[in-house]
Design a binder for this molecule. Structure first.
Ligand SMILES: Cc1cc2nc3c(=O)[nH]c(=O)nc-3n(C[C@H](O)[C@H](O)[C@H](O)COP(=O)(O)OP(=O)(O)OC[C@H]3O[C@@H](n4cnc5c(N)ncnc54)[C@H](O)[C@@H]3O)c2cc1C
Length: 411
């Protein structure tokens, strides 16, 4: 059985490695001419680290990223509201890592090239037709159109997926923007907190600043994301992860901050390239694919990048898809089983991310203690803190025991 994977991002490459580990044949086509280490920071949750470990990539991942200890939330004066343990600190058998998204992609690409062969870059998916015997895929390479027959087609082509657009009328499936603009970058910085904490300060009702270190080799590299509500929710035509942003646009929102945890002006000044992205998602779909064609990762369930879960969920999709294809005789039945397992939890996550669970409580803290506080107990009741912690866990954590005790998805 031969599978064509459209997209060489974290989802597509993880799918190739998972299919190969399950003894299945596959090819990855990627529209970009060259895969380069694009993007900035991303977190890999313990459930995804487990899958990478089972694919034999655990040691390389450990060399690349920073093992995350806590996710801490502060008000805009730098007073810590809560610190949630992450990864092994939270009891998981596998760590959480904060990494550079592009470096993770390059790690996966190197593994694909070594184990399977080259990714076919500069090849874009255009269209497909399917019958009972297979899928006929139309591809564009430069100006040349070609058609190839495969047994299964997987759309791992990201938030602006062409495979999804072929399966679901784009008019009824728009990019939904909550009105928050994100600026992202990586700069040189002194160590923040313990050097391994994801720190979120402020709230989206005004402006929020998230930082985390992302490199085991260079502990001074600090990833940052500034999130600012700039418009009312609406529909946008596109969302480009590589769009350049301007220093001045970001700085203005943080000029009045006195934030002892991070020197924000210095960090912004030390950032060579700023990227700008609208915080978008799409409504969950009632079904992903049909017959021998399915979706995976952001193509299937784009979610707000606020819970450190989009990339990790793509990895889970990849591993479970490979398991289904290896254990079912008929591709259509395999894809139906994959979708039945993965669609409900990822649809719930899309909606949970949309509710921006931390915001209400952080906003409450700033209303009750606009000038800051010494101890959070002066501002919030224990029940309010517990509710906030539970809401955040709802978008980022798997259940510790369930993950630790679940059987392996390796075949
Ligand atoms: C350039 C880039 C930078 C990013 N930076 C960040 C970041 O800094 N922080 C963060 O949290 N998330 C970032 N993301 C998103 C993040 O990688 C995803 O949310 C997550 O990893 C899930 O990955 P995915 O493989 O499903 O989708 P993606 O990572 O988006 O990968 C999709 C791939 O499909 C390819 N593709 C698209 N259309 C076609 C087509 N028609 N034919 C063939 N190939 C196609 C794209 O070129 C891309 O390589 C970035 C994504 C991209 C593409």
């Amino acid at each position: 059985m031969k599978t064509m994977i459209v997209g060489g991002g974290i989802g597509g490459l993880s799918t190739a490695l998972s299919l190969h580990a399950a003894g299945l044949d596959c090819v990855v086509v990627e529209a970009a001419r060259t895969l380069r280490p694009l993007g900035v920071g991303i977190n890999v949750q313990p459930h995804a680290v487990r899958e990478f470990t089972e694919l034999g990539l655990g040691p390389e991942l450990a060399e690349l990223g920073v093992e995350t200890t806590f996710m801490s939330v502060a008000d805009r004066h730098g007073n810590i509201i809560m610190a949630l343990p992450r990864g092994r600190s939270a009891g998981f058998r596998w760590p959480q890592y904060s990494v550079h998204r592009g470096e993770l992609q390059m790690l996966l690409l190197a593994a694909v090239e070594k184990r399977i062969g080259p990714v076919r870059t500069g090849v874009a998916f255009e269209d497909f037709e399917q019958d009972d015997a297979g899928v006929l895929v139309t591809l564009r390479e430069g100006g040349r159109i070609s058609r190839e027959r495969v047994d299964v087609l997987v759309g791992a082509d990201g938030v602006q997926s062409s495979v999804r657009a072929r399966l679901h009328d784009p008019a009824g499936d728009p990019l939904r923007w909550g009105g928050i603009r994100m600026w992202r970058g990586v700069g040189d910085s002194d160590q923040v907190l313990d050097g391994a904490t994801v720190l979120a300060g402020g709230s989206n009702s005004a402006a929020k600043f998230v930082t985390y270190h992302i490199s085991a080799r260079n502990p001074r590299l600090l990833n940052w994301v500034a999130e600012v509500k700039v418009a009312e929710p609406g529909i946008v035509p596109d969302a480009d992860w590589s769009r350049e942003g301007a220093h001045a646009d970001v700085c203005a929102h943080f000029a009045a901050w006195k934030y002892p945890l991070v020197d924000i002006p210095a960090l912004l000044a030390a950032t060579k390239r700023i990227l700008e992205y609208p915080m978008v998602d799409r409504d969950p779909l009632p079904r992903w694919g049909e017959g021998r064609v399915t979706l995976l990762g952001d193509a299937a369930h784009p979610m707000y990048p606020v819970g450190s879960n989009g990339g990790s969920q793509a990895v889970l999709d990849a591993r479970y898809l490979a398991r289904c294809l290896a254990t079912h005789d008929e591709p259509g039945a395999a894809l139906a089983a994959y979708e039945q397992e993965r669609r409900p939890p990822t649809s719930a996550l899309v909606l949970a991310h949309r509710s921006l669970p931390l915001e209400e409580t952080i906003a409450l803290v700033s209303r009750r203690a606009p000038g800051g506080f010494r101890h959070i107990g002066e501002v919030l009741t224990a029940a309010e803190v517990a509710a906030m912690e539970a809401a955040q866990r709802g978008i980022s954590d798997a259940d510790v025991r369930a993950l630790n005790e679940r059987e392996s998805w390796s075949v």
